[in-house]
Design a protein around this ligand. Structure first.
Ligand SMILES: [Zn+2]
Length: 239
């Protein structure tokens, strides 16, 4: 009984170490997800900035094209005006006036295009500046998070190495049959081979344990297994 009791005590410690390894892994995973989220946020803002830059470039191109078109129309207007002096017939004169009118209309239309393009350039520049500021913040946050993650990861690796060496030492103290049982369970159930009793049920599969089993687990005199899932039961806390 003395030996059995000691084994139960080792199993209790082993469960604690397994739980700590598990929670360490959860913490690292959660932090990795947070790091990833911050990087994605920065990526999203950077896409937004590229969109504003493309919008600005588009408006600038429309602006340049329109300036050229205004010049073309202005030249046509000037040429027609110059010809006015030398026309011979009224028809020719009227035709020239029509051309001049058309050139003026075109100039007006292209100047409106220039005004619209300028408005859009201004808007894209304003938005671009805002988004660039936001990007800087997000990139900084992502870099900080990444650095924090790397730092925590090194700490977590150290802690994990220590926990694993504790675990190995505990396993070595188990008697051969208990150890075989634990290792078999480990290979089928992973790191929840040993579980506590929770309000009369198995902490692993929630099987409702007979009161006799609960009492024996509480007594800690011998190795008790869940009838539902076969896991090793220990008394870790009242419940
Ligand atoms: Zn169970």
């Amino acid at each position: 009984v003395q030996g059995q009791q000691e084994q139960v005590g080792i199993l209790l410690e082993l469960m604690d170490v397994d739980e700590r390894i598990r929670s360490l892994k959860r913490r690292v995973d959660a932090h990795a997800a947070e790091k990833q989220r911050k990087a994605m946020e920065a990526q999203l803002v950077s896409t937004g900035l590229a969109q504003e830059q493309a919008r600005l470039a588009g408006a600038e191109k429309r602006h340049r094209d329109a300036v050229r078109e205004v010049e073309v129309s202005r030249t046509r207007k000037r040429e027609s005006e110059a010809k006015l002096q030398s026309v011979k017939t009224n028809d020719e004169y009227r035709a020239l006036l029509k051309e001049i009118e058309a050139a003026k209309e075109n100039m007006k239309r292209w100047e409106e295009t220039i005004a619209h393009a300028q408005e859009e350039e201004e808007a894209a520049k304003r938005m671009g500046a805002t988004v660039a500021g936001e990007l800087q913040e997000k990139e900084l946050a992502a870099r900080d998070e990444s650095a924090r993650f790397e730092e925590n990861l090194s700490a977590a690796r150290l802690e994990q190495r220590e926990l694993i060496s504790n675990r190995t030492a505990l396993i070595e103290r188990l008697s051969a049959p208990v150890r075989a049982k634990y290792e078999r369970l480990w290979s089928s159930k992973g790191d929840t081979a040993i579980v506590g009793v929770r309000q009369g049920s198995c902490g692993g599969c929630h099987y409702n344990l007979p009161p006799q089993t609960v009492n024996e687990v509480r007594g800690g005199q011998r190795l008790m297994l869940c009838e539902g899932c076969g896991r090793i039961l220990v008394w870790s806390q009242p419940g």
